[in-house]
Structures are given as structure tokens and as C-alpha cells.
Design a protein around this ligand. Structure first.
Ligand SMILES: Nc1ncnc2c1ncn2[C@@H]1O[C@H](COP(=O)(O)OP(=O)(O)OP(=O)(O)O)[C@@H](O)[C@H]1O
Ligand SMILES: O=P(O)(O)OC[C@H]1O[C@H](OP(=O)(O)OP(=O)(O)O)[C@H](O)[C@@H]1O
Ligand SMILES: [Mg+2]
Length: 285
């Protein structure tokens, strides 16, 4: 099973980090190579440009891919399916035009020119509006084009909005919301390995923002402690090995990070002691 992941750019690091946290440790270094093995002899990682990854998967060079939803849409591949929203690389593709110009709506672009790195997404967007501007494809620095009379507006990526602002451009309309996705070619989706990879990556997502709480509780305080532990099903209650009288039990629970502070105070008041809080690497529900 080959997974294509971004070889550079802003998605490279977080993708490698996610694979590592999911237990798919890369064996022979991720830098400046086309391939890396992983601890799983059946899984190889292939490094490719974020924009090329959907094609790699569609054509069979890789079986699974990790890249932005914008790239998957732009590639117009019809034999891949999304498996998981990995929820990083969040950004929006927007139609933007000079702040002080006369393009304030989509309709103002009749007979005008729009520059973009995403000509297919842009064409689909305008097809739905009935407005039919010329679309000029550029391969970077799109924000410059309205200032050099190349275009009247652009369709480009924004997240914080800093780049648009720096170039005195204002959003006219949102075109697409994107985040990084795991996707696969449809003819490999029955392979059990696909589900293994999806579960492993999903388990890292599940664990984010959760904490594992452990404590000791006298038997007669157990109900009181149980009552104040929020979240994910009931806590796990276990006997303590060298507690011969059986007076105390160990209580373990998964709690939202945002609830940890209050929960510690509450369980302590209810009679718990020796309270431990740890991070969770993975959580398979
Ligand atoms: N400002 C941003 N905020 C969040 N996500 C972004 C942002 N810019 C790009 N992305 C996401 O990252 C993907 C890849 O963008 P990136 O800039 O890393 O690569 P690139 O510039 O296309 O790659 P290359 O350097 O190979 O040309 C985009 O398709 C998008 O999904
Ligand atoms: O809303 P902002 O936070 O300013 O982000 C938007 C910018 O981020 C991306 O460029 P990137 O930084 O990836 O540089 P690149 O042009 O080299 O890809 C994108 O192409 C925008 O220019
Ligand atoms: Mg970029």
C-alpha cells in the first residue's frame, strides 16, 4: 500500500507528524527522497507535490493520498473517494478583487478576467453563476495580478487574510472551504489495510483535545466520584493490587481537555486521591 503525501510546503510537516503519531513511523528519513518505508512492511510513503497527489492516486502511482480538498477538487479525478477529514490545513478559496475597485459582486465580472492557480474550481464556480469571465491560469503570486493589469479579480487561498490585506484585495465571495483529507482510489477501498490506515489516523484525531484521568477512590466514595466525571461513557473501575482490604479502587476516565480543571477539583472534593492526568496518543472508539 502506497500513501502519497506532500513533499514540501506547509502540509509536509503536519502530515509526517500525523503519520508518526498514528504509529506509521517513517523508517529511512523523510527529507529529499521520493519514498520512505514505514514500520509497517506493507505501507510505503511516496512524496509528491500537494497539487499532484490526487493524480498520483487516480493513476495508481499511489493507493491513498493526503492533501488539501482544494487539490482534490481541482484535479477532477473521478475514481477516488474521501476517507477522512484530517482537519488541518484549513483555508478558503475566495474570489477577491481590489479593495477600492469596481468589482463588488460576481456580476461585476461579466467580460472581465480572473487569475487563479485553480482554473477548474474557478470554472465550476462561475458556471453556477451564469457569469462567464476569462480565466487565466497562473502558478503563484496570484495576488499580484490585479495590480499589473493581468486580471480584474483572483480566486486564491486565504486563511488569516494577511496576504489579501497586504495586497489591498477584498473578498467578494467564498468559492470553496478546504482542509486536508485522506482519500483513496476506489478499486483499493476493500483492502483491509485501507481501513487500518484510516483507523490509525482517525485515532490520533479522536485523541486530540482529550486527557486520561487516573485516581484512587475509597469504595464508599465511588458513586460520588462517578457522578462528577463527565464525558465518554462511564469511567473504568479497577481493583488495586496491593490494597488488601479492598477499600480503594482505581478509576480511569477519558475527559475533554476543557473539562479537566473542573473535574480534578470535583473528584478531589468527592474523595479521590493520587490523581494523574496524561495525554492520549490515540483513541479508537
Ligand atoms: N494559508 C494557508 N492556510 C492553510 N492551508 C493552506 C494555506 N495555503 C495553502 N494551504 C493548503 O496547502 C495546500 C498546499 O499549499 P502549499 O502552499 O503548501 O503548496 P504549494 O505552494 O502548492 O506547493 P509547492 O511549493 O510544491 O508549489 C493547498 O492546496 C491548501 O490546501
Ligand atoms: O490568508 P493568509 O494567511 O495570508 O494565507 C494565504 C496565502 O497562503 C498561501 O501561500 P503560501 O504562504 O503557502 O506561499 P506560496 O505562495 O509559496 O505557496 C496562499 O497561496 C496565500 O498566498
Ligand atoms: Mg502555497
Amino acid at each position: 500500500m502506497r500513501i502519497a503525501v506532500p513533499n514540501k510546503g506547509r502540509l509536509h510537516e503536519p502530515t509526517i507528524d500525523l503519520l508518526e503519531r498514528a504509529g506509521l513511523h517513517l523508517e529511512n528519513g523523510a527529507d529529499r527522497k521520493l519514498y520512505a518505508d514505514t514500520v509497517d512492511p506493507d505501507v510505503t510513503v511516496l512524496f509528491a507535490r500537494a497539487a499532484d497527489i490526487p493524480e498520483y492516486v487516480a493513476d495508481g502511482a499511489a493507493d491513498l493520498g493526503i492533501t488539501g480538498f482544494d487539490q482534490v477538487q481541482e484535479a477532477r479525478v473521478d475514481n477516488v473517494s474521501e476517507l477522512l477529514d484530517l482537519e488541518f490545513g484549513r483555508c478558503r478559496l475566495v474570489l477577491a478583487a481590489p479593495e477600492d475597485g469596481d468589482t463588488n459582486s460576481v456580476a461585476d465580472l461579466t467580460g472581465k478576467t480572473v487569475a487563479t492557480e485553480f482554473p477548474n474550481i474557478t470554472a465550476d464556480f462561475f458556471a453556477d453563476t451564469g457569469v462567464d469571465p476569462d480565466i487565466v491560469e497562473v502558478s503563484g503570486a496570484t495576488e499580484l495580478t490585479p495590480h499589473v493589469e493581468m486580471a480584474d479579480a483572483i480566486v486564491d487561498i486565504t486563511s488569516t487574510g494577511t496576504t489579501l490585506k497586504m495586497n489591498r484585495l477584498a473578498v467578494v465571495e467564498e468559492v470553496l472551504a478546504s482542509s486536508v483529507r485522506l482519500f483513496g482510489r476506489e478499486d483499493v477501498l476493500d483492502d483491509p489495510k485501507v481501513d487500518e490506515v484510516r483507523t490509525a489516523l482517525g485515532s490520533v484525531k479522536q485523541a486530540e483535545g482529550k486527557r486520561y484521568l487516573m485516581m484512587n477512590v475509597p469504595q464508599d466514595r465511588l458513586e460520588a466520584v462517578r457522578d462528577v466525571i463527565p464525558g465518554l461513557g462511564g469511567p473504568t473501575v479497577m481493583d488495586i493490587a496491593d490494597d488488601e482490604d479492598g477499600e480503594k479502587v482505581a478509576v480511569h476516565a477519558v475527559v475533554d481537555e476543557s473539562d479537566v480543571f473542573e473535574t480534578i477539583t470535583a473528584v478531589k472534593e468527592a474523595g479521590a486521591s493520587d490523581i494523574l492526568v496524561t495525554e492520549i496518543e490515540r483513541l479508537v472508539e
